[in-house]
Design a protein. Sequence first.
Lengths: 358, 358
Amino acid sequence: MVDLDVVADNYRAFAGALPDTRVFYAVKANPAAEILKLLATLGSCFDAASVTEIEAVLAAGATPDRISFGSTIKKERDIGRAFELGVRHFAIDSEAEVDKIARVAPGSHVFCRLLVDNSGADWPLSRKFGCDEEMAVDLIERAKRLGLVPHGVSFHVGSQQGNPKMWDAALGVSARVFRACAERGIGLAMVNLGGGFPAKYMKKVPSVRQYGDTIFRALRKHFGNALPETVIEPGRGLVGDAGVIEAEVVLISKKSKSKGELTWVYLDIGKFGGLAETADEAIRYPIRTSRDGDAKMPCALAGPTCDSLDVLYEKEPYWLPISLEIGDKVLIEGTGAYTTTYSSVGFNGFSPLKQYVI
Amino acid sequence: MVDLDVVADNYRAFAGALPDTRVFYAVKANPAAEILKLLATLGSCFDAASVTEIEAVLAAGATPDRISFGSTIKKERDIGRAFELGVRHFAIDSEAEVDKIARVAPGSHVFCRLLVDNSGADWPLSRKFGCDEEMAVDLIERAKRLGLVPHGVSFHVGSQQGNPKMWDAALGVSARVFRACAERGIGLAMVNLGGGFPAKYMKKVPSVRQYGDTIFRALRKHFGNALPETVIEPGRGLVGDAGVIEAEVVLISKKSKSKGELTWVYLDIGKFGGLAETADEAIRYPIRTSRDGDAKMPCALAGPTCDSLDVLYEKEPYWLPISLEIGDKVLIEGTGAYTTTYSSVGFNGFSPLKQYVI
């Protein structure tokens, strides 16, 4: 279940966190039509990862100038289709991608994704996306030579980034790319600060305002008075805490009679039903039961499938009420982002997660 | 694409691998109706993980006496529904599960899942399933007391188990449980040897016949002349090498100009499109290109989504032809099991994997 009022509050907090920033909602976090419509009405822009997402945003009433095709891994025919639909902003991080865009989306704005440090994130993004700064300058020059409009740079400090200072180093790299491009006669205008703004799970996280303040100071430090336009791409931060999943306790059991053995609690949702982000126990969702006042015991928590990977928390046990019973309903909070679309089509014959919007 | 001829050949190999064994196909590996129909015709039995899978097997023409509800994590109403559909074989590994079955599936046969060593498996099953042998004997007694028919034990040595000798230790535990139950006046009849029989991926694996011979020797060693009925539950072993996925190269790029940098190759399928078993680079699929005769380079191989987790192979790079080009089609082999149903409903707006059966 997703609460649109929470999404609206979150949107306003992000929109006001930095002066002159534009919010591009990361559609992949939760592409529900109701969420897209609400955000379109509130004036949000959108970061799309595929043509399907672009079409969903247009169907929600946003104009194509408010959409950025932010994936750096796009089929040429998908770029062409986005261009036909009116999209004029594309991400790049490789020569081949620049060439594709120049061929099928001539004259479009491009921004180059930089590879930056992700330490401190609960869901770091590895080296899959972005390129180093030297290559970024080359790509921007290449884009200009091929008739594209180099608009700026983007980076992503890692999803669920708990440390606002991580933006400082990334902005330092961005400012160097701006200067190197200026020396080659190319004026960049925009820094896309990415996402990474955390949702509230178990750990305490800084507020959007604190993020805004820290990032603004870093912008001043690296860009002085020539502040660039900024764009932020919250996904999890916008919708994560707006969602809650109701689950049922299917089984509570022990593996042996020996002392110190963990109690195993099995829910009717797990890694294949939408909670994929518990991989490596990375994201730790708060779970509410009707017995939360009672004494608690350490549990291994698992999903219902016959797959061993479908264990949510075991290395760091999850404390649940001793009085918990089979058949109890529990509420898994903070599940508004990266859940419904992660759900498998039907592993073990279980249906995908259903979503209700209020 | 799944080739039914390969499935049929695999079925015959398994059916003949051990004397007097029955094959229960693990439906979760690939629940395609055509596969279920073929196996029903060939005389196979079926291991189901949910009511949906039971219904699919019945729709394929198998009678309910050929179905075992092999999940140890079942909602009581699902057990009741299976019983209504005629299913009389259920797995147990906890008191609560025995009690549920006694309440809503009275008089049914039950078999107890044992917790055994999984070392040597590419996809080990952790402690999620099964109980230790002392508890198993207690559960079997409890089942008998509650009017159920204790039929035997089951275990699983881990999926894609490369070492046939792992069945030896598990059969030793099984024989001890048989003896302990006999001392309490309960005669067990069946040992379910589980799955784990490997499909051919990159590594060379022993043949089904070698598995059969090794397991038969272990049965003799632990059970002497009082050989139990046996059941095997191949899933991956039956359908894994019958499937191939066609994918397209979306992007080939470098992250920087420095030497020794891996080339990144991005396909239009990844962890969220059906290749979830590449988690931790566990399962390594053979990939065929039209340029396989050419010189090769080490690559990081990734899927198309904006998720950093969607990297197939990076720690141990994958060697692909230097001449590979964007737009090339590649064939990912050995993908008949644990792919289609693992596919996400639409993460990043990408459609789930489509399957064709020949």
